[in-house]
Design a protein around this ligand. Structure first.
Ligand code: FAD
Ligand code: NAP
Length: 334
């Protein structure tokens, strides 16, 4: 175990804080050896560090989960079950599946981070969430050292939610995740600008690879690359509100975008609310709101995590004052 390690290379915001302890684990045995320590100390398990914000030095153990390996578990005429180690890079895993002709996660191309974090918030983009193809995950229980299997219903997946963020927070280390993918996939191109991008690419009959490429191109055109500009993707979740809240906003803002959600609720676009509140492209010292996507807060260089957090708080307060809607942070704050 290393001590007093800078986490700057381990979080895509590029925040320079120290972890009191640091350990990278390559296999289950190494994880098991750490369990007594984890039972006594604060810790954070991490993959790619693309959904974390450190507001101060971390007083416990930063555990980089680097369990690797991709294997085929089962195959029928129609489907294949593929299991990947928690430390596999998510986008490389998506590309691996696309190359093999396994369909279902191509719309999730270019999401940063690792496979092991994907169930944490049921990652989603372009009309697809991992819950749509999720088969099971295996996770190490910290209290007992047992490897436990979680099926779909056990995970309580919701919009950017799972049981691992709520009732079972800090109780399990996800070691591998399996997906049921289609050998005869139906492509999902109806969301947003995918079809327009395919047309720009002169693609008339898209393949899995074309859809993946279209998503990559769209994302590269509007999202900052953390290698060049520190960020953790969408800082806030899209709020899901009562229809009445939407109606109130529409009185003053008739063009307010909204999408149907479950139980008669509606989803608002947090980025739009932030933009209307005047924050898009704004800079506050070393931090700011991205000029093309108001949901993304950025570190222009050398920012402290507390500065990012303060900016986020000002946005939360302004959006609430303007629209009566309180934004919830998606990024995990430490
Ligand atoms: P980390 O940031 O390392 O960890 C995130 C959380 O998961 C933490 O709470 C951590 O403790 C926990 N965790 C990580 N690994 C494990 C494990 N093995 N066991 C238990 N707990 C674990 N997200 C989306 O949903 N959709 C998007 O389209 C999207 N686009 C993004 C674009 C950009 C440019 C960026 C920077 C981020 C984006 N994100 C998106 C957010 C982020 O990429 C995802 O949430 C991703 O799944 C985080 O993976 P990670 O390995 O980096 O997790
Ligand atoms: P966008 O296409 O400009 O859309 C803005 C918002 O409206 C999105 O947040 C999206 O909600 C919602 N939306 C748009 N079309 C929709 C539809 N047909 N049905 C339901 N909801 C719709 O969004 P963007 O910022 O460019 O992002 C594109 C996709 O990548 C989105 O799915 C977004 O969630 C995902 N993304 C996520 C992160 C992250 O860190 N979490 C970062 C970048 C991009 P949803 O977000 O619910 O889809």
């Amino acid at each position: 175990m290393l001590e007093n390690v800078s986490l700057r290379p381990y979080n895509t915001f590029g925040i320079d804080v120290n972890a009191r302890y640091f350990k990278e684990c390559l296999n289950l045995e190494e994880l098991r050896e750490l369990l007594p320590f984890l039972r006594q100390n604060a810790f954070v398990v991490s993959g790619g560090g693309s959904n974390l914000l450190f507001t101060k030095d971390f007083p416990g153990l930063f555990l980089k989960n680097n369990l690797r390996g991709i294997r085929e578990i089962e195959r029928s005429n129609r489907e294949v079950i593929i299991e990947a180690g928690a430390g596999e890079n998510w986008h490389e895993f998506v590309l691996y599946c696309v190359e093999k002709g396994f369909g279902g996660i191509e719309n999730l191309s270019l999401i940063p981070g690792c496979v092991g974090a994907s169930p944490m918030q049921n990652i989603g983009a372009y009309g697809v969430e991992i819950k749509d193809t999720f088969e099971y995950l295996d996770a190490l229980e910290i209290a007992t050292g047992e490897l436990k299997r979680f099926n779909l219903d056990d995970c309580a997946f919701g919009y950017r939610e799972s049981v691992f963020k709520r009732a079972l927070k800090n109780q399990y280390i996800i070691c591998s995740v399996a997906f049921r993918l289609s050998l005869h996939p139906t492509l999902n191109t109806s969301y947003g600008v995918i079809e327009a991008e395919l047309a720009k690419m002169n693609v008339l009959e898209p393949t899995l690879k074309d859809v993946s490429n279209a998503v990559i191109r769209i994302r590269q055109s509007k999202l900052p690359d953390p290698q060049h500009l520190g960020n953790a993707g969408s800082f806030f979740k899209n709020p899901v509100v009562e229809a009445e809240v939407l109606a109130n906003i529409a009185t003053n803002y008739p063009k307010v975008p909204s999408y149907p959600a479950s139980d008669g609720m509606v989803k608002l676009a947090a980025g739009w609310l932030i933009e209307q509140a005047g924050w898009k492209g704004k800079k506050m010292g070393a931090v700011g709101v991205h000029e093309l996507q108001a949901l993304v807060l950025v570190n222009f260089g050398g920012a402290r995590g507390s500065e990012v957090f303060e900016l986020s708080q000002r946005i939360v307060d302004d959006v609430e004052a303007t629209f009566g809607v309180r934004l919830e942070r998606e990024v995990n704050i430490f």
